[in-house]
Design a protein around this ligand. Structure first.
Ligand code: GLU
Length: 290
């Protein structure tokens, strides 16, 4: 049996906090315990929010924690050709369409519908995209594309789910409601998700699925806030013919008021803790690890 492959995949859009430390340490410990490998991936496709200084801090903070990873680091911003190729394959299956509405226009359309009847929301609580652009006449679509109208490429979720049939994933952790074992994927709960934007030929869902496969990741250990995203990931893996890792979603580290930590809360930042004299062992203790 080849050794298991784990990964830690932060986005360099802020400094790491205790929640990241917990996730990174779980991956590091699991890799060490199982004789596995730990890879690092920098999820920096959102160039408006990611900064070189935060990326440098990731390496420094992980090093300080005593976490070692196997090079090379995969930086998503350098892999756009891979994502474009995967997107082309989905397009060739007739599962992708461009949508041209702005966020505000979509919100307005949803509000109008919601005034009449309840409108479905995705697992993160955002209203589903109404699918209006899926119904555009081919001529109209071609005209908008030719005019260079800003667009986002969306997955035709009903068509994609019909193509794959029912899917599930192996969960070694637990979901927000204690889901475990083999979990039935529910990609339809997300509606026609965005796979790429005009300025970025990928999205979180597409790049994470492709990168996990290209890096040979066999065990995904990440926060339970991403639990239901796994539905979309399984669907894309199936459509693209990629292997499915096993998943372990872990609890989130919360502040005293029970809120999820954010990159802007200084109190739990690893740099702040370090400057106040905390040691890596203190960090382990703070997040409840031995
Ligand atoms: N980049 C994501 C984050 O920082 C994690 C993605 C994943 O583990 O699948 O929340």
């Amino acid at each position: 049996m080849p050794p298991p492959v784990f990964r830690f995949a932060p986005s360099p859009n802020g400094y790491l906090h205790l929640g990241h430390a917990y996730s990174a340490l779980l991956n590091f410990d699991a890799a060490r315990r199982s004789g596995g490998r730990l890879l690092l991936r920098i999820e920096d496709i959102d160039l408006t929010r990611c900064r070189a200084e935060f990326e440098a801090a990731v390496y420094e903070d992980l090093g300080w924690l005593g976490i070692a990873w196997e090079p090379p680091v995969r930086r998503q911003s350098e892999q756009l050709a891979d994502y474009r190729e995967a997107l082309d394959r989905l397009s060739a299956q007739g599962l992708v369409y461009p949508s041209f509405e702005s966020r505000a226009e979509i919100a307005k359309g949803v509000a109008e519908r919601e005034a009449k009847a309840p409108w479905p929301r995705d697992p993160d609580g955002a209203p589903l995209y109404p699918g209006s652009a899926r119904l555009l006449a081919p001529g109209q679509r071609a005209r908008l594309l030719a005019q260079g109208a800003p667009s986002a490429l969306r997955l035709d979720m009903a068509a994609a789910s019909a193509r794959t049939g029912a899917l599930g994933w192996v969960e070694h952790g637990a979901g927000p409601d204690g889901e475990a074992g083999v979990v039935a994927a529910r990609p339809e709960a997300w509606g026609d998700v965005i796979l790429a934007r005009k300025e970025t030929p990928t999205s979180y869902h597409l790049s994470v699925v492709l990168d996990d496969a290209l890096q040979g990741v066999t065990e995904v250990v990440r926060g339970e806030d991403l639990f239901w995203s796994t539905s979309v990931h399984r669907l894309l893996q199936q459509l693209l013919g990629l292997p499915a890792p096993v998943y372990r979603h872990h609890r989130l580290v919360r502040d005293r008021a029970g809120r999820k930590l954010s990159k802007s809360t200084m109190a739990t930042g690893l740099r702040e803790l370090r400057s106040q004299g905390a040691t890596p062992a203190d960090v382990r203790r703070l997040v409840g690890l031995p």
